[in-house]
Design a binder for this molecule. Structure first.
Ligand code: CA
Length: 245
């Protein structure tokens, strides 16, 4: 199965800096988006630390990983995210001005005909298979907890004033729990990794329509998604990685 991927990261229409970071390594099959938070440019530092840690882990461990199974890939991914959390946590202890910084992260690692997905926070991974869009991650956010309890609808959550409250992030504790899931991949699948600047501006239906109309062209799809988020207001940084199998 060949892979074609493209990424777009944009500051949006309201913010002055872009605190999102991403990783696209088509050769190794590793893709990630991190959405940083915290004042005085610290959010940018946190999301970069997360992405840099993943890159370094990949360079260090590639030979061992390529021999592994899907379980090995999952363990590798979890260890890399835990290491990223530790580096951000340590950095806050050394640099007083970084106190309160943190970042989300979503990661997709290809392991043969499987995709291993890991996430912390409210960035998302979607899968378009056939005509259906699936959410592959479940936001670690206050509003999503209310949705799961049946106290808010999806629509209400999207507009809720507390929609930005993240309940799990890298950098807020010395250790972190990484949610992991493995999905079999079939030709024609399109995965999207995104920061919440995409899914707070667009509904899942709108995301599905844009993806479906550019399904063989990750560059056109990612560009169109970011344009649509900006046309809707662009209230946040928006980062999209589109991977076509
Ligand atoms: Ca954001």
């Amino acid at each position: 199965m060949t892979v074609k991927a493209f990424a777009v990261s944009d500051v949006g229409r309201r913010r002055e800096t872009n605190e999102d970071s991403f990783l696209l390594d088509q050769g190794q099959g590793l893709f990630a988006v991190a959405d940083g938070m915290g004042g005085h440019a610290a959010g940018e530092v946190a999301s970069r630390l997360a992405i840099d840690t993943l890159k370094e882990a990949l360079q260090r461990d590639t030979p061992a990983r390529s021999l592994g199974t899907t379980d090995d890939a999952g363990n590798w991914l979890r260890d890399a995210v835990v290491e990223a959390n530790r580096r951000i946590w340590d950095s806050i202890r050394v640099h007083e001005e970084r106190r309160g910084m943190g970042t989300t992260v979503v990661v997709l690692l290809r392991a043969g005909d499987d995709a291993v997905i890991g996430h912390v926070g409210d960035s998302r991974i979607y899968l378009l298979r056939g005509g259906t869009l699936h959410r592959m991650t479940s936001d670690h956010s206050w509003v999503n907890e209310q949705v799961k309890l049946g106290l808010l609808s999806d629509d209400e959550a999207q507009r809720h004033p507390m929609r930005n409250i993240v309940t799990r992030a890298l950098g807020s504790r010395p250790d972190v729990v990484v949610d992991l899931v493995t999905a079999g991949v079939v030709p024609g699948d399109v995965f999207v990794l995104c920061s919440d600047g995409l899914n707070t501006m667009l509904t899942d239906d709108e995301i599905r329509e844009i993806l479906a109309s550019h399904r063989a062209d990750p560059e056109a799809a990612s560009t169109a998604l970011v344009q649509a988020a900006n046309q809707r207001g662009g209230e946040d940084n928006v980062t999209v990685v589109v991977i076509g199998f």
